[in-house]
Design a protein. Sequence first.
Length: 104
Amino acid sequence: MENGRYITGNDLLELFALRVKEYRLAARLSQKELAERSGVSQATISHFEQGVNRNLTLGNFIALLRVLGLEQRLAELMPELPMQPMALRKIEKLIPKRVRRNAK
């Protein structure tokens, strides 16, 4: 997305690892303290921040966000739909799938 470049999943994980480290340092937490508070092992945090292993479970992701005070930001990642899925289906049924034109 930056400069028209496609951002891969790995790019996003790298960015997230960088942000976790920045927020951890801003909160004046060591990796050990973040590990103790989040329940995520220090080795996992260290490997994640260093790029050794970027595979983080969703549970670990949420645990880190909670300790860093960012769990409320999840709503920004996945906001509520403007309308319920069932209401969207009802509307879709009213929209024709194709338009037929009479040949003259």
